[in-house]
Design a protein around this ligand. Sequence first.
Ligand code: AMP
Length: 644
Amino acid sequence: MTHPSAAPGASYGDFYRRSIDDSEAFWAEQAGFIDWATPPQQILDASHPPFARWFVGGTTNLCHNAVDRHLASRGDQPALICVSTETGSERSYSFRELHAEVQRTAACLLALGVKRSDRVLIYMPMIAEAAFAMLACARIGAVHCVVFGGFASGSLASRIEDAEPTVVFSADAGSRAGKVIAYKPLLDEAIRLSRHKPAAVLLADRGLAPMDLVAGRDHLLRDLAAQHAEAVVPCTWLESTEISYTIYTSGTTGKPKGVQRDTGGYAVALAASMKHIFDGRAGETYFSTSDIGWVVGHSYIVYGPLIAGMATIMYEGLPTQGLDGQPDGGIWWQLVEKYQVTVMFSAPTAVRVLKKQDPALLKKYDLSSLRALFLAGEPLDEPTARWISDGLGVPIIDNYWQTESGWPIITIANGVEKKPSKFGSPGVPMYGWRVKIVHESTGEELTTPGEKGVVVVEGPTPPGFMQTIWRDDARFVNTYWKSIPDRTVYSTFDWGIRDADGYFYILGRTDDVINVAGHRLGTREIEESISGHDNVAEVAVVGVADQLKGQVAMAFVVPRAGNAVTDGDAALKLEGEIMKRVADQLGALARPARVRFVTALPKTRSGKLLRRAIQAVCEQRDPGDLTTIDDPACLQQIQRLVGA
Ligand code: AMP
């Protein structure tokens, strides 16, 4: 296979058109960016739409492409750089050292009975062992399911139940702002709550919190790894369409969706994006400030940079704390200078936090290695974009994508053509993505610039896009592909418009998903947790605009009859209990910013909760047509409560 390269001065328009008009030839070329044990026999099998199977018949391995492949050419170069400002530690692993660590971890998993296609659930803080665990799973063909370490027992339990892991890989504790968060009790409680019980639990001990080990089930990584110190575990060659991982994300219903990804398509998509979008080159350093619990962490902390032969920084801590534990709003820039970071990836929320720091911190370090800063996960507001752009003096590239897509859908392909960015727009559709804007109720394509509609993707979807929802093809088809009348198109559930130059603008979700500090949460999940409280009759949770976090959750609760919360103290007590309940069950991230008590919730005559009208009132916007509301006084009560 030839190695494609975008000729200097190439037009992105031509590049994009080829990816759509001559899609199989285009992707066959991209497949040349990775190693295959057996080359693909068929580039795309789209015979069962909306399912797309990429590189059929090819066999490969993500771990081989991320680690082993680089041993000959760059074995002693840094591969994984772990920095924790929580524990004041900093350690770098070369590709050769990473290779040894991953094999040790793989040997531990094999010793615990993990077989090809078995699931390993990873519930870990941002430490090297988490990356070893992911790569070890990929190496032996086990499916990893990483659950964000900030989730609490209830969320973890539902994921354990759905994934049915053979082994859970965890640690004694995480740490946030110097506060130790013991993981083991949360994990024990989650396993107790789950109907599925993993055969074994493997635990990294950081010495942060004591652990009670369950005899026969729990194993310390340290002890087991010592037995496999020199382990040689070859990569298992997987069919391109075999599952590499699942990752849970929120949707309209309370039940989280296991987004399932393949092996070969994902590897090719990441390798191609490292070149065409991020313009990252082997031997350089990539710094993504995300977490392995999110898709960005999978694609652009672990796999993408390593596949490209880059060193990747894994960072545990706040953006405002130094390695000595003291406040330091310049820590990220210090790391950029120290490790000569060329590509950085973060979220607008993090930049908004940094914006409160002394701007001189941006000038304190030599940031000349940095070529661009990519921001994703939530809308990038213009003041934030301008502030960081002026401060760093490098392009700020907004990119729009989702857990489902695996890599950017809309951005600027910096490695193909450095097209100008426009404030407020993530850019243009990326190669392979047939992005359209359609009318939400007629399905008609909206081609006039500025017309607002739903952002959808026409099939066949490109490599790297989700294969399906884990064990639920019907839910995949019905949720994502049938929401637009008369059309079989993938709905992103985002509103958007396109301007006359083809740049897209994302205008928020069409469903009940909210985005808190770049993290996606289902309001239904939060509502389910709250409605389990004995004193709660009914609840509506909405996302409300917030200057720092983008959105925060607000809960409107109707207390049970007879338990009416009349005085201030009772209301405060119930609010506290509700907040604690959500934090305990789902995690602090999901805890509502405020709980307000009302006598009734606004509904349509058919009983449908009018979350959008509540949200509009909270944001002091026009709630729209009120004629459908059964009892308009409900909305007026909310209006009074939020002072609108
Ligand atoms: P997640 O699956 O957690 O990555 O969340 C995906 C959702 O985050 C998208 O559907 C959008 O609503 C939002 N999102 C992600 N990136 C952007 C962006 N660059 N601009 C606006 N919204 C974004």
